[in-house]
Design a protein around this ligand. Structure first.
Ligand code: NAD
Length: 348
């Protein structure tokens, strides 16, 4: 295995990990450890080039710094990527990568991300202790989706309070895009709160089943971006809020679980200009990383820790909305500046 350190000034440490004998090329990016060890998942997917893989690792690790800080976690931001088809991954590749993680001596903790499974994490754990998302063990945190959905649901109520003057979701029309792990749990919470659901997924069977269960209206995968509703909850893919889609939205607010919903930072301002209140994704969907953090930090009373951190996220979102209203700017911009302040305070 060859490990080289790449000099990239925006990040604390970036490693290129390579072993031609087993077809392994990957990167580990540690963006910041100001608040604690960098935590963020390991992703495996086909990239068109090494540059594309490196860019992904750099962007995602920076995103983790913001997400972990906004959640009030004593964790920094990091991410790792392996280039290649995840269905073809080998034990040798994962074990070698685990040894590369060890060279960072705990400044980076990995977990499951795209192309990885709990079993892959268990395999990594045979070689490194700096891994979370394990299927079993004393601190194994399990599926984060129910906690993620809980955080989004609470954020939706705060968003409704700020946009409509009431946190009560009874009778509110909520359009949910993506009915996977997070979307399904979220629909359950929304239905129980009396919200009227409009739902969409690219899997027609999934949509039909949930439409029946909740008496929801079905929208097509593209149509969901243009339906008239009070709140839009994106719970599928990233970059769906862009110049084109924002112009067509017919909602008053947005709050959902998908990562990187804004295609560009300017899209936050575009939403604001249209009077659409946007709950920043990395704040609203922090429940998942809070759940993983219990494992990284070895928290004994996970339920109490999750309750405490989710309550703190609610206060952070309140603060973001209040500051955005007083400055007449986008909550996305405020969320980034609040985390920047946290990081500067810590560095001082
Ligand atoms: P998932 O893979 O279980 O579900 C995604 C769903 O979206 C699937 O049902 C899929 O068919 C659907 N989908 C994909 N493309 C679509 C499209 N164009 N239109 C409509 N539906 C589409 O994933 P998940 O775990 O539910 O995560 C959903 C989002 O939330 C992702 O962006 C993920 O990164 C983010 N997130 C998840 C967690 C978590 O705890 N699982 C935590 C934080 C953020």
């Amino acid at each position: 295995m060859q490990i080289s350190r790449l000099p990239i000034s925006s990040h604390e440490t970036v490693l290129r990990v390579c072993d031609d004998t087993i077809g392994l090329t990957g990167f580990i990016a540690v963006h910041s450890t100001k608040l604690g060890p960098a935590a963020g998942g390991l992703r495996m997917r086909r990239y068109t080039s090494e540059d594309a893989a490196l860019t992904d690792a750099l962007r995602l690790s920076e995103g983790m710094t913001y997400k972990n800080a906004a959640a009030g976690l004593p964790l920094g931001g990091g991410k790792a990527v392996i280039m290649g088809d995840a269905t073809q991954k080998t034990s040798a590749q994962l074990l070698t990568f685990a040894r590369a993680i060890n060279t960072l001596e705990g400044t980076y903790w990995t977990a499951e991300d795209m192309g990885m499974s709990p079993d892959d994490m268990a395999l990594l754990a045979t070689e490194t202790k700096f891994v979370a998302g394990l299927p079993n063990g004393p601190h194994a945190s399990g599926d984060p989706s129910p906690i993620t959905a809980r955080g989004i649901f609470q954020s939706l109520k705060i968003t409704a309070q700020h946009r409509f003057g009431s946190a009560d979701l009874k009778g509110r029309k909520v359009a949910v895009q993506g009915l996977g792990h997070v979307g399904t749990y979220l629909c359950d919470l929304l239905h129980n709160a009396g919200a009227k659901l409009i739902i969409a997924d690219i899997e027609p069977k999934r949509v039909a089943k949930l439409a029946k269960k909740y008496g929801a209206t079905i929208a097509g995968p593209n149509e969901i971006l243009t339906v008239e509703a009070d709140i839009f909850a994106p719970c599928a893919i990233g970059a769906i809020l862009n110049q084109d889609s924002i112009a067509k939205l017919r909602v008053a607010a947005i709050c959902g679980g998908a990562n990187n919903q804004l295609a560009t930072p300017e899209d936050g301002a575009r939403l604001h200009a249209r009077g659409i209140l946007y709950a920043p994704d990395f704040v609203a969907n922090a429940g998942g990383i809070i759940n993983v953090a219990t494992e990284v930090l070895g928290i004994a009373d996970r339920a109490a820790y999750v309750d405490e951190k989710l309550a703190a996220v609610e206060l952070t979102l309140e603060r973001i909305f209040e500051r955005a209203a007083s400055l007449d700017c986008s909550p996305a911009e405020v969320a980034v500046s609040i985390v920047d302040e946290m990081l500067t305070d810590r560095a001082a």
